[in-house]
Write a protein that binds this ligand. Structure first.
Ligand code: AHM
Ligand code: MG
Length: 355
């Protein structure tokens, strides 16, 4: 009623009030907490805090050269990758934002060697947070979309009475309580699952509010678009070559349709396109020594993205197995990733088992 009235008398002030009344992240989470019981008060607070930190990261990203945030630091992370200034800043922002709220026992990140326990002067919560603070690092300095990926796990019962260790994080993706990403692109968006479908929020930067704009994100089962770094063609294993060769053969090939290709080199941006219009994304293991086990990290890239993709009706495998069922053996474990529209992922799984 109120929003109808506001629309009728649509002055700028009224439109401003109408925007404030739109369903936002808090509203969505409170509803989930009440109706589904899938979100505890602790997890709600945690997601809101992560989202607030993402606003801050997005703000720094948008400043670019004006904020002096571009370029490298000269340091390397545990995986031997050169750290960009924004990688390290984003990591710090997430750590600081999430330390004091009482929902967490520890955090882990692509940019930290080992786990970060909540300092003892803050209350300890029942959750663990993992994140890739700024995914798509190679795109930071070229002004292409990048993002923050996160995953939430419960503290295992066995660790409730003691300090958190790395092994407490080593839980398969099916145990995730929530997962999502923020994308810093033409719009800043937050895509989230708490295990009850996938929703998207767009940041209204004037109000500072995450407005619910995408209510039930679904991936079409079929697609005619693939995403892979084609420059690695010569390194791929036979099943991946077979699939991509068939895509490239178009209507004259066994798949009997023409395929389009996209590769942004920010997983967040590639997955966002998949969630918007379907497609299949591949960063498979290949014959290079450095990519033998894959390039992307299981715990804070592949698992949260797989949770989102599955919740949107898609599928995610490492080649032969469902990613979310893999038992992690180390925090920074890498994994082959094939995810997206269900029928294409199933086809790739079949090609892998036939091989
Ligand atoms: P990052 O977390 O260090 O940015 O690395 C992960 C990124 C993914 O976002 C993207 O899919 C992939 O690396 C791109 O790799 P490549 O440059 O080999 O195409
Ligand atoms: Mg990454």
């Amino acid at each position: 009623m109120l929003s109808k009235l506001l629309l009728k008398h649509s002055t700028p002030k009224a439109r401003h009030s109408e925007r404030i009344l739109k369903k936002n992240l808090t509203h969505y989470l409170v509803e989930q907490q009440r109706q589904q019981g899938s979100v505890s008060a602790e997890v709600r607070l945690l997601i809101e805090t992560v989202a607030r930190a993402c606003k801050v990261i997005g703000h720094h990203v948008s400043k670019g050269a004006l904020g002096g945030v571009l370029g490298s630091l000269g340091s390397e992370n545990i995986q031997g990758e050169v750290q960009k200034k924004l990688d390290v800043m984003s990591n710090e922002i997430l750590l600081q934002a999430n330390e004091w709220g009482g929902s967490l026992a520890a955090m882990a990140s692509e940019e930290m060697d080992t786990v970060h326990r909540i300092p003892s002067h803050y209350p300890k919560g029942r959750n663990l947070l993992l994140f890739d603070p700024l995914d798509g690092s190679s795109n930071i300095d070229v002004n292409v979309s990048i993002g923050t990926i996160f995953s939430v796990l419960n503290v295992p019962e066995s660790a409730e009475e003691r300090d958190i260790q790395e092994r407490d994080f080593l839980q398969p993706g099916v145990r995730q309580v929530a997962a999502g990403y923020a994308i810093y692109g033409p719009q800043t968006m937050l895509i989230l699952t708490v295990g009850n479908g996938v929703v998207g929020f767009t940041l209204d930067s004037e109000l500072g509010s995450w407005v619910l704009t995408n209510e039930d994100i679904r991936i079409p089962k079929q697609t005619s678009e693939f995403a892979i770094n084609m420059s690695n063609y010569r390194h791929w294993h036979a099943p991946v070559r077979r699939y991509i060769d068939e895509c490239l053969a178009g209507t004259e090939g066994p798949l009997a349709k023409n395929y389009n290709m996209r590769w942004i080199a920010s997983m967040v941006a590639d997955v966002h396109r998949l969630l918007t219009r379907g497609g299949v994304f591949l960063y498979p293991t290949d014959q290079r020594e450095s990519v033998q086990e894959g390039k992307l990290r299981l715990m804070y890239e592949a698992n949260p993205m797989s949770f989102l993709i599955e919740q949107a009706g898609g599928a995610a495998i490492d080649g032969t197995q469902r990613i979310m069922e893999l038992q992690p053996t180390k925090l920074h474990q890498r994994v082959g990733v094939i995810l997206g529209s269900e029928e294409e992922v199933q086809r790739l799984q079949r090609y892998h088992s036939e091989a």
